[in-house]
Design a protein around this ligand. Structure first.
Ligand SMILES: Nc1ncnc2c1ncn2[C@@H]1O[C@H](COP(=O)(O)OP(=O)(O)OP(=O)(O)O)[C@@H](O)[C@H]1O
Ligand SMILES: [Mg+2]
Length: 320
């Protein structure tokens, strides 16, 4: 097998707070192959966004990477000098956030956003070349060039989200990280967005990491899914296996919370109980207090994420 495009090794991220330290991401390892779409799912607070931001070293203050490596094409982004990291952001790896209104500058027309994005990485770009690139991407996105003169608030939510994708892709990155890309969209617009992303993926040979608590979205988009719980990955398998042969009791709970993954837009908060606090995570398996299959060992010893079937990993003593 060829080397993964992105390889996260034993990554931990902490937020120091007044009463202690929030261990938001705890020893996460995962790989993303070139051209693949990886979905990261989990309840609110499971550490999905923190991990996504950490790939680009954009974790919200006071958070910081306390250990681990983020290997992108073999280079460790966690240890890269800031100047080189700036080159990686946007050019190699783009990030698309949940709320386009807070990511777009309300005082800047859309065309300026595109020009600035280009100029950041290509300061010497000629205006004609810039306009050509912008027109190409608009065509891909199905956006009328006449909308370029608009301000962000003059566009619909779906249009703004497409602009965000366009801004992310204008520099032709290899990897795009989308954090809850459709939360602000209604179901119809979301369907259009999913089609767009699939089309762009083929056209640009994109690798995509999509972070969400919407199982319907990952069912549509992802080749592989990593399930996060309390800052750790508890299961990592093909989308097919996650939906049809889940191994971890938490994943099974998630799937059964969503009777029809094609239709349901429910958030993953319908399971009984709530995740543990991350200042002082429990000894043993973090899911033990909520697990219908809990045994004595689960409360004493933390299960490791292990491969139980080819390409199918889970962290659970019950499977052993
Ligand atoms: N700036 C911060 N200071 C302290 N703790 C934080 C900060 N940001 C996040 N956390 C904590 O880190 C943990 C992970 O948060 P994160 O936002 O990564 O979760 P998430 O899985 O993206 O959740 P959601 O689905 O709600 O977006 C949570 O316990 C959260 O309270
Ligand atoms: Mg989040």
């Amino acid at each position: 097998m060829t080397e993964a495009l992105l390889k996260i090794e034993n990554l931990s991220i902490d937020y120091p707070i007044a009463i202690g330290t929030v261990h938001a991401v705890r020893g996460v390892s995962l790989e993303v192959q070139e051209g693949e779409t990886l979905g990261i799912v989990g309840e609110s607070g499971s550490g999905k966004s923190t991990m996504g931001l950490a790939i680009l070293r954009l974790v919200r203050a006071p958070g910081k990477i306390s250990s681990g490596r983020v290997l992108f094409e073999g280079r460790d982004l966690a240890a890269l000098p800031e100047e080189q990291m700036r080159q990686v952001r946007g050019k190699d790896i783009a990030m698309v956030f949940q709320n386009p209104l807070t990511s777009l500058n309300p005082l800047m027309r859309i065309d300026r956003h595109f020009l600035e994005a280009l100029k950041t990485h290509k300061p010497d770009i000629q205006k004609t070349e810039a306009l050509k690139l912008i027109h190409e991407i608009l065509e891909d996105l199905g956006i009328e060039p006449s909308r370029m003169g608009a301000y962000p608030h003059q566009l619909s939510g779906g249009m703004r989200q497409r602009i965000m994708i366009g801004l992310g892709l204008i520099l032709r990155p290899k990897l795009v990280i989308c954090d809850e890309p459709t939360t602000a969209l209604d179901v119809i617009v979301e369907a259009g967005f999913i089609d767009l992303l699939k089309r762009l993926q083929k056209e640009f040979q994109l690798t995509i990491v999509v972070i969400t608590h919407n199982l319907g979205l990952v069912a549509e988009l992802a080749d592989r899914i990593a399930v996060m719980y309390a800052g750790q990955i508890v299961e990592d398998a093909t989308a097919e296996a996650i939906f049809h042969e889940p191994l971890h009791p938490y994943t099974r709970g998630l799937i059964s919370c969503v009777p029809n993954i094609d239709l349901d837009q429910e958030k993953l908060t319908t399971m009984e109980g709530s995740p543990p606090g991350l200042v002082d995570p429990p000894v043993g398996c973090s899911f033990a207090p909520r697990c219908p299959l809990v045994m004595g060992r689960c409360r004493l010893q933390e299960p490791e994420l292990k491969e139980h079937r080819p390409g199918h990993k889970a962290a659970c003593w019950r499977i052993e």
